[in-house]
Unconditional design. Structure first.
Length: 208
């Protein structure tokens, strides 16, 4: 295990480093195997300093999961451009690195196994899922409106649920067996599937 060199970092930076170290250890050793000692070693600090920022390992795990969920939603929410470009980029971001890689699937497997039995993780998961889905729902509403097919919240919600499920499935396949697919193949399949579902091509809007 690599130990990060020690230096006096600001409070926010140190807390972030500890969360990242927690995620590294969970990815490598799983939730049970990621001990406070290992996390401290990875972050280049003492176990006592870890406890200064987090009262327990459970709190560290919860904050780490919150960070994972927030990073996914942030990447999705920050897409720019016209409605079609934003929708395309949203799909592509979620099926390419760093969102889709071996570390991501390891973290997902570790956390998801506890979501059903840990109320704190379950709430984080629920809030993250809804935030992510709401971003997608808004993207779909904009895309359909600009294509002359405005849709109400319920229709967009149903589309968002279906597309989120599609992307999730392809994401798992790509993370677990990425070498079986050609470069860009999963993104292309996702785009074609979403176009078939919506009955519209997802192409960049021409400037008029």
């Amino acid at each position: 295990m690599n130990r990060r060199s020690f230096y006096r970092a600001p409070e926010g930076e140190r807390r972030h480093a500890l969360i990242e170290a927690t995620l590294d250890c969970i990815s490598e050793f799983g939730l049970k195997g990621a001990t406070v000692r290992q996390i401290a070693l990875r972050a280049g600090v003492t176990a006592g300093l870890v406890r200064h920022y987090f009262v327990s390992k459970d709190q560290m795990v919860a904050e780490a999961y919150r960070a994972v969920i927030a990073s996914l939603t942030e990447k999705a929410a920050n897409v720019e451009g016209d409605p079609a470009t934003r929708l395309r980029d949203f799909i592509a971001i979620n099926l390419t690195e760093p969102v889709a890689d071996s570390r991501s699937i390891s973290l997902w497997a570790a956390f998801i196994s506890q979501v059903r039995v840990d109320p704190v993780l379950a709430e984080i998961h629920r809030d993250g899922y809804l935030a992510f889905r709401n971003v997608l729902q808004a993207l779909l509403a904009d895309f359909l409106a600009v294509n002359g097919r405005p849709a109400g919240p319920e229709e967009c919600r149903r589309y968002a649920i279906a597309i989120n499920g599609l992307v999730d499935g392809l994401w798992v396949e790509g993370c677990l067996a990425g070498d079986l697919f050609r470069e860009g193949e999963l993104v292309s399949i996702a785009m074609a599937s979403v176009e078939a579902l919506l009955g519209l091509p997802i192409k960049k809007t021409e400037n008029k």
